[in-house]
Design a protein around this ligand. Structure first.
Ligand code: IPM
Ligand code: MN
Length: 371
């Protein structure tokens, strides 16, 4: 298969984790004889420095023409700590999502038995947890009108949804539930918010087309609690933009590290794949960031094009690295591996599983395969 993939490394640890995803994709293309063409483009704080805007037109052009986009991370403390900054890196990602119509953000949460101990939660609570968050991505409070009054003393962010915006992601979520354990939980705040009441009405209506799916409603405050109390109850969680943002970070605690969570943002034409973690500026350039979320995002990209064996290869390599504790400090505090060493191991394992020699020194030297 031929695929044109736009690469947006972005800020902080983005470039270094994306580099590992690339190693893995190169290994897959070599093994399966695919042709992946990569085009790198600028976004985020780095684009502001170079071009004065967080999403240059050229980047948008490259992304619109690509079959898929692989994204690193966005954000810089320089802007986080300056509330009056008019131009912010995050605007680049939001504009990209909006312009490409990437309305459904899919965030799977899986647990790995050998990582159960790294979570702060109890083993019996989290073991076997497996759900997917369907987060609406191009509307709601993120994209409503916002304003700061002239005197700087009051501000608002408008939250609005149309039936059409709700329906299109609801259908995707119901379809996903039919392929899984057939349960869908709509998370909202329908006891307070008008938009949430519209979500309930539309989702209830749409559920009639999916009679085999058990539909449940949960208020977001309760959902935040249930995620920690009993995460196994969830199969598909469907929710609006900001609730999905918050709940997915919370959910990452279940898997042991936010550095494990990948996501796919599906749109009308193209699709974008990105780790859910941020730019982790403290770790930038230190070769310590966990590359697995970026690598698993690459696996989701392949699945999007029905390359299931290829995606499976990546997941197997990731699982192997976790089992063998070939992991970055977030998962392995005592005897950890660097970002690039984990990437080298994954690449070598994909290319030559049988002969991959698990020796820390060799992996560190980028020579994990000994034939
Ligand atoms: C995410 C991020 C973004 C969001 C930021 C960087 C704008 O937190 O993808 O979850 O809030 O959507
Ligand atoms: Mn987030």
């Amino acid at each position: 298969m031929k695929l044109k993939i736009a690469l947006l490394p972005g800020d902080g640890i983005g470039p270094e984790v994306l580099q590992q995803a690339l190693k893995v994709l190169d290994a897959i293309s070599e093994k399966y004889h695919h042709t992946f063409e990569f085009i790198t483009a600028s976004i985020g704080a780095i684009a502001i420095e170079e071009f004065g805007v967080p999403l240059p037109d050229e980047t948008l052009q490259i992304c619109s023409k690509a079959d898929a986009i692989l994204f690193g991370a966005i954000g810089d403390p320089k802007y986080d700590n300056n509330p009056s900054a008019k131009v912010r890196p995050e605007q680049g990602l939001l504009k990209l999502r909006k312009n490409l119509g990437l309305f459904a953000n899919i965030r799977p949460l899986t647990t790995y038995d050998s990582l159960i101990h790294t979570s702060n939660l109890k083993k019996e609570v989290i073991k076997g947890t497996d759900f997917v968050i369907y987060r609406e991505l191009t509307s709601g409070i993120y994209f409503g009108e916002k304003k700061l009054s002239d005197d700087g003393n009051s501000a608002y962010d408008n939250c609005s949804y149309t039936a059409e915006e709700i329906d299109r992601i609801a259908h995707l979520a119901f379809k996903a539930a039919s392929q899984r354990r057939k349960k869908l939980t709509l998370v909202d705040k329908a006891n307070v918010l008008e938009t949430s009441r519209l979500w309930r009405k539309r989702v209830l209506e749409i559920s009639k087309e999916y009679p085999t799916i058990k539909l449940e409603f949960l208020f977001v405050d309760n959902a935040a609690m249930q995620l920690i109390l009993n995460p196994k109850q969830f199969d598909i969680i469907l929710t609006e933009n900001m609730f999905g943002d918050i709940l997915s970070d919370e959910a990452s605690v279940i898997s042991g590290s936010i550095g494990l969570l990948a996501s796919a943002s599906i749109g009308k034409h193209t699709a974008l794949f990105e780790p859910i973690h941020g730019s982790y500026p403290e770790a930038k350039g230190k070769n310590i960031a966990n590359p697995l979320a970026a690598v698993l995002s690459a696996a989701m990209l392949l699945e999007h094009f029905d390359l299931f064996d290829e995606a499976e290869d990546i997941r197997n390599a990731v699982e192997k690295s976790i089992d063998l504790n070939i992991s970055t400090p977030d998962l392995n505090s005592t005897n950890h591996f660097s970002t690039s060493s984990v990437g080298n191991f994954l690449r070598d394992f994909i290319l030559d599983e049988e002969n991959t020699f698990y020796n820390k020194n060799n992996i560190d030297l980028g020579q994990s395969t000994i034939i």
